[in-house]
Design a protein. Sequence first.
Length: 346
Amino acid sequence: MKRIRKNLEKFGPIDLFDTLSRKHSLRLGDASSQERLLDSVSKLFRESTENPIVLHGRRVQAMFGYVVASLGKAVAIKEEDAGELFAAINPIQVPDYRIVLEPGNEFLVEVKNFHQKKLSSKLKFTAGYTRALHKYGQVFARPVKLAIYWSRWNRWTLVSLDKLSPDGGKRSISFLEAVTINEMATLGDINIGTKPPLILKVLTDSSKPRTVQENGQVEFTIGGIELYSVETRIDDEYERNLAFYFMLYGDWPASEPEARIEDGQLISLDFVAAPIESTPGQGFEFIGDLSGMISRRYNDLTTSEGHIDRLSPSNEPSSLGILIPPDYKGKFLPLWRFHLHPNDDR
């Protein structure tokens, strides 16, 4: 899936002028109006970039589009709230996205970012806000869902708007409630398991100096890279890419490099990724949701040292994930894939 680019450079500035002119009585061709426009835009930009709630909200909204594109099930993703709306019904709330999975199967999505303080914390909405979203869905005859990014846990859930619980005049949902009715599997999300550990082995070039000095320092030339699943070397290129992607963006923490030294020579540096705790008798461990891995890569591309550098990356939207064919069986890298479906009884 690729981004279909709008010509914002050509039409964006004049559209922005049109929007602000109605509020500030600006006129085309008037020099003072142009100065007032620039002053207004500068003020609005400064206020937005200094507001962390606005920045994180807009970045997470953009992230969801990339996550859906990279999961591979959607055939089209449209920003629903782009452009103006004329409606006879008021109040009405425009959702963020329209998702098309196949002709005749589409729905609307409102994206929310929630950095909850504890697991039991609830995301709450006013009754008026949810009614306005529901009215929009009725007008356009499409169901409305909430995509919630639980940023503390790096988890996405997708829940129907009508599944929110009454909460003292408001509507709310907790993380544990959202997990039981999560519909992310409809977008292609899977929970992935494999056997730990995953090992990235950096081999030194034996034809070049690699002697460990008395002070512990060593200069060496990389002779090759190998990836292992437990003790099995992964010789398939696709599975090597899978394993490397899992190590970079999965839930398993990676160790500091472990040096293998023989007769004073550095043979290799091993980077080992493994779960903090193992599940006895299971035979594999979960390494994370695909949507969470995509989000970690998105975060790497848009933030640095905890600061937001950009709202979205320049990469094509579907390039942040790695697709696994439904019938694929690992040759060297054992895989378990779980499609978690919502509990319809709730």
